[in-house]
Design a protein around this ligand. Structure first.
Ligand code: AMP
Ligand code: MG
Length: 330
């Protein structure tokens, strides 16, 4: 074996137990982490460039707010605890997503916007085992005024196809070092679209696992009943929303065309038992006709990198892992 192959094999042999940077001791562990780190840098550069080139404004995120994502109802929600604190005599929460701020941003000053938003979700500790959940993660969260679902599909397809194509060329050595160069297929747009209701009829409750195992290219899943801000056609009962699933991996993005009409929003908040006082600005803006039709999505950055790197746990892509149920000092 040449020295290069030797190192490659050794890196690949490292067991993927996510460790904090201070816990990495062997050269192999450090080199593997460094290779993943370069993939993270490349991924962030590539994704953000696509959005900037497509005319999106890059907003810096907020961390504490009175209003954040209810994450409810959502078939996949598993929040153990919501973090609320008082500042300056007001109750605020840590952000679970920037959905509320995005809707207001895209309706007012920034018709096309994105942000790299840190989200804190204290997932149930048993989600530590999925390999796909961390309790602090980042969404590339974006929203566009007047956009349709199709517009969002085209944009995301462009961002991901460009990323994978260039990454395979520019970071070939790092992908080889972690045995991923042949594992990731070149992505082909447009991605296939499947209806969630049809999948439930066909496969029942295990539809997600069935689809993840079957698909060989990224696939859109549409029409998923969930939170009030996703557009629901009250006549047909269909939701104009979507998730993106990666083959052998699963969900990396959720998004939707949004509700913007006052009466509909109120009806849905009441139906779902979501507290209206937490969404007073959205409600007021909708009442004044200042909430505009938008569409967007949140792409889980660590999930995309998890798919690319093939790590057993996405926390391995974090310098300081945030595994549900495990709290490191750093
Ligand atoms: P959601 O709107 O809740 O689906 O969140 C948007 C995206 O963020 C998801 O599609 C995932 O890619 C990512 N995401 C959500 N929760 C987590 C988590 N606990 N850990 C890592 N990524 C997550
Ligand atoms: Mg989701």
């Amino acid at each position: 074996m040449t020295p290069k192959e030797d190192t490659t094999a050794a890196i690949a042999a490292v067991i993927n137990t996510p460790k904090s940077l201070d816990q990495l001791r062997t050269t192999q562990e450090i080199e593997r982490k460094a290779a993943i780190g370069r993939i993270v840098t490349y991924t962030l550069g590539s994704l953000t460039s696509t959005y900037v080139n497509e005319g999106f404004q890059w907003l810096l995120p907020v961390i504490l707010s009175q209003s954040t994502d209810p994450l409810w109802p959502d078939p996949n929600a598993s929040i153990e605890k919501r973090i609320e604190l008082d500042i300056y005599g007001k109750p605020v929460r840590t952000m679970t997503s920037m959905i509320v701020h995005k809707l207001i941003g895209a309706s007012t000053v920034y018709p096309k916007l994105f942000t790299l938003a840190p989200n804190i979700r204290i997932e149930r500790a048993d989600r530590g085992k999925t390999g796909k959940h961390i309790y602090e993660f980042t969404q590339l969260d974006f929203e566009a005024q007047g956009a349709t679902s199709k517009d969002i599909f085209t944009l995301v397809e462009k961002a991901l196809c460009t990323l994978v194509k260039n990454l395979k060329k520019d970071l070939k050595d790092d992908l080889k070092a972690i045995n991923r160069i042949d594992a990731i297929p070149t992505l082909e747009a447009p991605f296939k679209i499947l209806d969630c209701a049809d999948l439930k009829t066909k496969y029942g409750d295990t539809w997600e696992e069935e689809i993840i195992a079957k698909i060989t290219q990224p696939t859109w899943i549409t029409n998923i009943p969930r939170a009030f801000y996703d557009f629901e056609d009250f006549n047909t009962g269909k939701w104009d929303n979507y998730d993106l699933f990666m083959p052998q991996y699963g969900e990396v993005l959720s998004g939707a065309k949004r509700e913007y009409e006052h009466d509909k929003i109120i009806k849905k908040l009441e139906r779902d038992g979501v507290r209206k006082e937490n969404y007073a600005i959205i409600i007021q803006m909708a009442k004044e006709g200042r909430l505009k039709p938008t569409a967007g999505a949140g792409l889980g950055v660590e999930r995309v990198i998890g798919y690319i790197t093939g790590v057993k746990h996405i926390a391995e892509c974090q310098p300081f892992p945030r595994i549900p149920g495990i709290v490191h000092e750093l």
